[in-house]
Design a protein around this ligand. Structure first.
Ligand code: SAH
Length: 548
């Protein structure tokens, strides 16, 4: 996962960018109002905890003590532990703090080399042997951590060791090697080792089209004497992509699931069958990216009105995980910043169906795709277009995509909250755009909604191509509603140019409204009163209705 570099002020920015140059997908988090970085945060401790808990490697450019204090409450629950480092603002010290088994010392060495200082490594085994024996590189897994710790203690106590199997990363290490050593490091898929050996498993075993039953898989592996740590992935035909039990099985085994309809595997291997489980065993770790594809994922998200703090955490996570991001350019920009490895596909606002099809093409090929809308994706936005494209498609690969719709705060709700609670009683949302529906239908709906005394939220109220529609809509509403009716105009709500106006139906002029405006017309009961310290009144619609 890409590291998060977190800084408190401008003094650390130069060092942060030097570290970022080392890890181009890393993002610099800066304290809002103090420093403009890639992502801004308002509370250091909660930002740090959030990153730690999402298992991101953290490089904090501040005092080690601050980092320790912030993370201390989380440390006793020993779950996944990402690497955490403290780096001096001026780049003069690099201190690995946590995540010894997640490669913190490797990061510390890399960063220190780039900053031309010595890393403050304190791990005895690492210092003595120049490598962390218990932290093999990706593609390999340590068999048993407790046994590993005893093993390293014995080595530190003066024992010699020999290596059995291919361990290219240990060639550079300064281990006390001896051919007749009784301790050995063995690289093998074997499940069982002796007390004298440290087993490191290459992820070299592919399970072919297994049953969706992790216990059976465990039992069959055990019968074959193969460690579950040696599993590289489960490989299945594409028709099993929507088999939920299969996904559950892969999750509980902790291995990726890949799909391919090719009969041949793209690497040399031996076949083995154990209790009806079919295995392909390679001589080296398997590069799973060369093996078919994962199930693709398409997430349609709503960003909310604008400001990042009104975007749901689930949406932010989807954006972090995205490989491809599609949407109208303004919204894609709003959803950023993105890493250089993320592909942005900007398109015109009117190409919704084409954009949806493109999103499915990408997701069907195994990519993680996000389609962005402003506000809520299901309110006059991309979610319906995406579902329409899916329903019209007979391509089974499109239907096999994992599709999620994540909600956002819609413009009417964001505007209402700014003004008070004008939608506190029954209301209706209506788009005044006659691009996708006849104007007659709009007028009919306006008439009935007005007659029903609903508060009205107008989306797409006016545009250069639709200049007269708002005036006509107001004429319809004015036939039934008094000129004193309270009206709220919200322009660019949640964005820097935010403007809120409270007026009346009698005074409202279409010239006050543009396509970035939300128009809320109150019902007969909507009220306003002075807000202390503000020129704009509070507006609300009481919860109870006359006669109740
Ligand atoms: N999916 C969006 C709506 C898209 S239609 C949502 O749920 O909010 C676009 C219309 O929404 C605009 O013409 C405008 O009327 C309204 N709108 C969108 N963002 C807005 C904002 N930040 N402030 C005020 N109105 C906004």
């Amino acid at each position: 996962m890409s590291p998060a570099i977190i800084i408190l002020g401008t003094g650390a920015l130069t060092t942060a960018r030097r570290i970022q140059a080392l890890y181009p997908s890393a993002q610099v988090y800066g304290l809002a109002e103090r420093v403009a970085a890639d992502i801004s945060y308002s509370d250091f401790a909660s930002q740090l905890r959030e990153l730690y808990q999402s298992n991101r490697p953290v490089i904090a450019l501040c005092a080690a003590g601050i980092v320790i204090r912030c993370l201390a409450p989380l440390l006793h629950s020993k779950g996944a532990e990402p690497p955490v480092l403290a780096v001096a603002e001026d780049g003069s010290a690099v201190v690995p703090l946590l995540g010894g088994l997640a490669g913190v010392n490797v990061l510390a060495r890399e960063i220190a080399a780039a900053l031309e200082v010595a890393p403050a490594i304190t791990t005895s085994g690492e210092l003595r042997f120049d490598t962390c024996v218990l932290n093999p590189p990706s593609g390999y897994v340590l068999g048993d951590i407790d046994q590993g710790k005893r093993f390293v203690s014995s080595l530190l106590g003066g024992e010699t060791v020999r290596i059995e199997g291919a361990a290219p990363w240990l060639e550079q290490a300064r281990l006390p090697l001896a051919d007749d050593a009784h301790l050995r490091i063995r690289i093998s898929t074997d499940a069982n080792g002796s007390a004298d050996e440290l087993l490191i498993h290459p992820r070299s075993v592919v399970v072919l089209d297994p049953p969706a039953d992790s216990q059976r898989i465990h039992a069959s592996l055990a019968a074959a004497g193969i460690s579950a740590h040696a599993l590289a992935c489960l490989l299945c035909p594409r028709e099993r992509m929507t088999d939920n039990a299969l996904h559950g099985t892969a999750d509980s085994l902790g291995v990726p699931l890949r799909f391919s309809d090719e009969a041949a595997l793209p690497f040399e291997h031996q076949r083995l069958e154990s209790e009806n489980l079919h295995l392909a065993i390679a001589a080296q770790p398997v590069a799973i990216h060369s093996l078919g594809q994962p199930r693709g994922r398409l997430t349609v998200v709503g960003l909310g009105p604008g400001a990042s703090e009104f975007t749901a955490p689930a949406v932010k996570r989807a954006l972090q995980e995205a490989e491809d991001v599609l949407g109208y350019e303004t919204y894609v920009t709003m959803a950023g910043p993105f890493r250089p490895d993320q592909v942005l596909h900007n398109s015109d606002n009117r190409e919704e169906l084409a954009r949806s099809r493109h999103a499915f093409e990408l997701a069907a090929s195994g990519r993680r795709v996000v389609v962005v809308s402003s506000g809520d994706p299901g309110v006059f936005a991309m979610a319906a277009a995406v579902l329409e494209a899916l329903e019209a498609s007979s391509d089974p690969h499109w239907h096999a995509v994992e599709l999620h719709i994540l909600p956002g705060i819609s413009a009417s709700l964001a505007t209402a909250a700014k003004a008070g609670a004008p939608l506190g009683h029954d209301f209706c949302m209506i788009s005044l755009s006659d691009n996708l529906k006849p104007w007659d239908v709009i007028e009919l709906r306006l008439k009935h909604a007005t007659l029903a005394d609903l508060a009205l939220a107008f989306y797409n109220p006016i545009s250069r191509a639709r200049p007269w529609q708002l005036g006509r809509a107001l004429d319809v509403v004015r036939e039934q509603r008094s000129p004193q009716t309270v009206v709220v105009l919200g322009r660019d709500i949640g964005r820097p140019a935010e403007a809120l106006t409270v007026t009346t139906l009698g005074e409202l002029r279409p010239e006050q409204v543009d396509m970035r405006t939300m128009v809320i017309i109150g019902s007969s009961t909507t009220r306003r009163f002075a807000k202390a310290g503000s020129e704009v009144d509070w507006v609300y619609t009481p919860r109870s209705y006359p006669g109740a």
